[in-house]
Design a protein around this ligand. Structure first.
Ligand code: DLL
Length: 436
């Protein structure tokens, strides 16, 4: 396999070079944040810390965390460390958790950094100037559309800025233009694959080679399905509005973890309860510090995302730390009758069972003091019209396997093909009716 790099100097830097670069930038960044951002200065003063206390990367631990709450409290521009006339763009998260979006601002220099990081990402995923890239992420405040767009243009690919939605049109453009790279959420790519089947368009009718998917958790099972249905090599990439958007970490074609852009971000893994670092290679919450962001620098941003770090060498030649696919968010975790359940565990079980589709919904209800969980699963067309006995058998199999995995009795409801909602951006799998 041929691996190309966008920025070999930094992508293959040795750890001593990275560390001294990080330390130098960190000291500057902490000084800037202390002088320019009243909310962070106050936090540091409460802890009796000043920028002069930072002598090593480990000293980062002395500094307070930043959370989504700060973005909400300082909405819209209170997180900006530069005057507004230096900010040339805002982007943001959807704001589903707090009702208020986290507003990220970018100076010209930040946009330059961002498109370079996204250029690394798309290059690692196989895209070059010969590719025709269809961006089916939403364009707008969401960082997916504009972020990937910037990186693709930078590497010289021909970019089709289609945004998400109107799936038949997406397929028509893929055919007409000979699209070679699809960029979207994995959920939307599944939807595209589904509509292709309905319209009798096979992977061979298209010219797709690469699928660049991110912005939400997706399992290896979904990856396999996308590889097959679209005839692509599907890679994962990760980021968040508060830190930059896409470009924080990305898989190469080896697909053995996401390479973190350590010359721009310091990554830590903490135990979300104790806030202490986890042992190397243990699962923890990803915490990120930006080193080069001008408009909205963040120190120790608690992502709420759970993953694992590892440092073994990757055959692609990139050095440094990689992170495993994100397992889910700490705030995605459902607590049902005292048992902790991640939606990704349910997805894992469903994808391992024949005759189900990767379309499911988790419905939570409360009866008296007792929480109930129902897993609604679409079955394949063929089976749905089959005998009752077979459906009953499938229902029992899912129930049994979920119980084994989760240690919890879930109600299982098989539903007609195409009866559950489809998503054009990030999927919303959990319907929580408990507080209603
Ligand atoms: O989703 C940024 C992005 C856009 C990343 C396009 C990759 C591609 P937000 O809307 O602020 O930003 O949401 C950030 O999405 O904290 C994770 O919980 C989740 N997330 C992002 N990428 C992944 C991924 C963008 N590859 C939140 N795997 C993050 C799992 C992801 N979760």
């Amino acid at each position: 396999m041929i691996h190309r790099l966008w920025d070999p100097r930094w992508e293959t830097a040795d750890c001593t070079t990275i560390e001294s670069h990080q330390l130098e930038l960190l000291k500057e960044q902490v000084k800037r944040v202390f002088t320019k951002l009243p909310y962070y200065r106050k936090k540091m003063q409460e802890r009796n810390i000043s920028p002069e206390d930072i002598h090593s990367i480990e000293d980062l631990r002395l500094l307070p965390f930043t959370t989504k709450k700060e973005f909400t409290e300082n909405y819209p521009f209170g997180m900006f460390a530069v005057p507004l006339n230096e900010v040339v763009r805002v982007q943001g998260s959807s704001g589903t958790t707090t009702g208020k979006s986290s507003i990220a601002g970018y100076t010209r220099y930040d946009l330059e950094t961002w498109s370079n990081l996204c250029a690394r990402l798309v290059t690692a995923a196989g895209v070059c100037s010969h590719d025709i890239a269809q961006v089916s992420f939403g364009y707008g405040l969401f960082t997916g559309g504009f972020g990937l767009h910037g990186g693709l243009e930078r590497v010289g690919a021909l970019v089709i800025p289609l945004s998400s939605g109107n799936t038949s049109r997406q397929i028509k453009f893929m055919r007409d233009f000979g699209t070679t790279a699809l960029i979207s959420t994995p959920t939307y790519a599944l939807r595209i694959a589904e509509v292709m089947k309905e319209e009798k368009v096979g992977a061979d009718d298209l010219s797709l080679n690469w699928g660049l998917f991110g912005a939400e958790p997706w399992s290896e099972g979904i990856r396999k399905q996308l590889d097959n249905d679209l005839g692509i090599i599907a890679t994962d990439n990760y980021g968040m509005s508060e830190v930059m958007g896409p470009g924080v970490s990305y898989e190469c074609l080896e697909r053995k973890g996401m390479h973190i852009a350590e010359d721009h971000f310091i990554v830590e893994m903490i135990d979300p309860e104790t806030e202490e670092p986890v042992a190397p290679a243990e699962v923890g919450e990803i915490v990120l510090t930006t080193l080069t962001k001008q408009a909205v620098p963040v120190i120790r941003y608690r992502s709420r995302d759970l993953s694992r770090l590892f440092t073994d060498t990757c055959p692609c030649g990139r050095t440094g730390v990689r992170m495993e696919k994100v397992r889910g968010r700490t705030d995605d975790m459902l607590i049902i009758r005292g048992v902790n359940v991640f939606p990704s565990q349910i997805e894992g079980v469903l994808l391992g069972i024949e005759h189900t589709k990767p379309h499911y919904q988790i419905v939570l209800t409360r009866h008296g003091a007792l929480d109930e969980i129902e897993v609604q699963v679409e079955v394949t067309e063929g089976l749905f019209h089959d005998e009752m006995r077979k459906l009953k058998h499938l229902e029992e199999e899912i129930h049994y396997k979920l119980k084994n995995e989760l240690n919890l009795d879930c109600r299982v409801k098989l539903v007609e093909p195409k009866s559950l909602e489809r998503f054009e951006g990030k999927a919303k799998r959990v319907l929580d009716l408990r507080s209603k």
